[in-house]
Design a protein around this ligand. Structure first.
Ligand code: ZN
Length: 461
């Protein structure tokens, strides 16, 4: 199969007259620039790689916008978390699948082509295991299949309420698994990673997510990594780290180290790792994390919504630190907006403009977008996120007819999609060599919305 684009974003930058060849097995076999279209399908706009969404808690999509009312005694991340626990206490496997299917279709329509799902809702409403321990994970995989989005599934190990191995709270009972059960869950999911009702496409990878240093002890962290290594010693490892100041202070009280410093000293961080948030870093952590090869998982709209704080992006990026973007709680489902918020946080903080520039790319948004593609690809452990031979055929065709994008080209077009008022910057989306979105519509969107509406009606009754 062949796709011809008058303009496409390749790893080396924007190129004209690009002919992309890919097989029925979903992988790109050849990319030619300054080529003739021949009999290739012609893309209906400029083509960019699909963005990986490196951090998702799918069920939280259903509560987006419902926690913006002031509580009785001052609101914080921690009061939000109590509301989130209340909400998830009612979610059934059917609900989880309906919400995730709706979300993943929204992601595709927005220009995400793969998602890393931080999968921690393991148990039934009463806290007991389901007859099939993979029940909830299976629902998420089914949602990804229905939508047709790439997925890195990260079963979460969650054991404790805070540092020092303290017992979990009532609100955490659906997350907490015995260690042996967790190892079996990881192995069962690894065994099923190639299974899909989608033809041809290798859309899935399985890694792990030890939830945080709050929720797992050092021994349990090692246990989880060993369980993964038995099946796939190169697979991704994601962990929440240093999202909140309270967490940093609690970690200092427990270990005399800050969370990221603890991980740098004890966890052999490498390019397998994704540290989600890493909001609160001192200078030494910033420098060492940038050198480690790990990816920082920035979730800009969620971090703003939860009042987490501002990531030290200028110093981290100056030291060539890697990052990707995640939707996390899904108050935003839009990769262009996530990138804009990274830069806007720095402008508001420094009272300057165009803060996060790179040495060779003058367009701030486009530079950040390209770095997020590379970091997301690494964090998901998938050969996707670039238009290059050996990568999956995941493409986003930009809607150059959106009034905000008219007469823009190359990095100016990306900047306009990121900082401009585009309503529909994305026209068509292909994943694994198959079109999932055409003219802004997904073939399964009506059925998904009907199920989602029924689920919301029940959950919010
Ligand atoms: Zn998270």
């Amino acid at each position: 199969m062949k796709l011809f684009a008058k303009e496409a974003l390749l790893p080396e930058g924007w190129q004209p007259n690009v002919l992309i060849e890919f097989g029925a097995d979903s992988w790109i076999s050849n990319v030619k620039v300054n080529a003739a279209p021949g009999d290739a399908e012609r893309a209906r706009g400029p083509v960019i790689p699909g963005m990986p969404n490196l951090h998702s808690h799918a069920f939280q999509r259903a509560m987006a916008g419902l926690t913006e009312k002031a509580g009785p005694s001052g609101d914080s991340f921690w009061t939000w978390r109590e509301l989130m626990y209340k909400f998830l206490s009612r979610i059934t496997p059917e609900d989880n699948e309906a919400i995730a299917t709706q979300l993943y279709i929204e992601m595709l329509k927005a220009g995400y082509t793969a998602v890393a799902e931080f999968d921690y809702l393991h148990h039934d409403i009463d806290g007991q295991p389901y007859a099939d321990r993979t029940e909830m994970s299976t629902r998420l995989m089914a949602a990804a299949d229905t939508a047709g989005i790439g997925m890195t599934l990260l079963p979460v190990l969650y054991r404790h309420s805070t540092f020092g191995g303290l017992p979990p709270t009532e609100g955490q009972k659906r997350f907490v698994m015995a260690l042996d059960d967790y190892a079996e869950l990881v192995h069962e999911l690894l065994a099923r990673r190639g299974e899909s009702k989608r033809p041809g496409a290798m859309l899935r990878r399985v890694g792990i997510a030890p939830h945080s240093l709050r929720a797992v002890t050092p021994d349990e962290l090692t246990f989880a990594i060993n369980a993964l290594d038995q099946g796939d010693a190169a697979a991704p490892i994601h962990i929440h780290a240093a999202e909140q100041l309270k967490e940093v202070n609690d970690c200092l009280a427990w270990s005399h180290k800050r969370p990221v410093a603890w991980l740098l000293d004890n966890a052999n961080l490498s390019d397998r790792w994704c540290l989600v948030h890493a909001t609160h870093l001192d200078d030494d952590e910033t420098f060492r994390l940038a050198q480690s090869g790990a990816v920082v998982g920035l979730c800009p709209t969620t971090e703003a919504n939860l009042g987490d704080g501002i990531f030290n992006a200028p110093d981290y990026l100056m030291q060539k630190g890697r990052f990707g973007i995640g939707g996390d709680s899904h108050v935003g489902v839009d990769p262009f907006r996530e990138v804009a918020v990274i830069e806007y946080a720095q402008r508001l903080k420094s009272a300057r403009r165009n803060v996060l520039t790179t040495a060779n790319i003058r367009n701030v948004g486009a530079g950040l977008f390209r770095q997020a593609l590379a970091g997301g690809q690494q964090a998901l452990g998938q050969r996707a996120g670039a238009i290059a031979p050996g990568c999956r055929a995941d493409f986003v065709v930009m809607n150059a007819e959106d009034p905000a994008l008219i007469e823009r080209e190359g990095d100016d077009l990306l900047d306009a999609a990121i900082f401009g008022p585009a309503r529909n910057p994305v026209r068509d989306v292909m994943v694994g060599g198959h079109w999932r979105v055409r003219e802004g519509r997904h073939a399964g969107e009506e059925a998904a919305l009907n199920s989602y509406r029924k689920t919301l009606k029940r959950l919010l009754a």
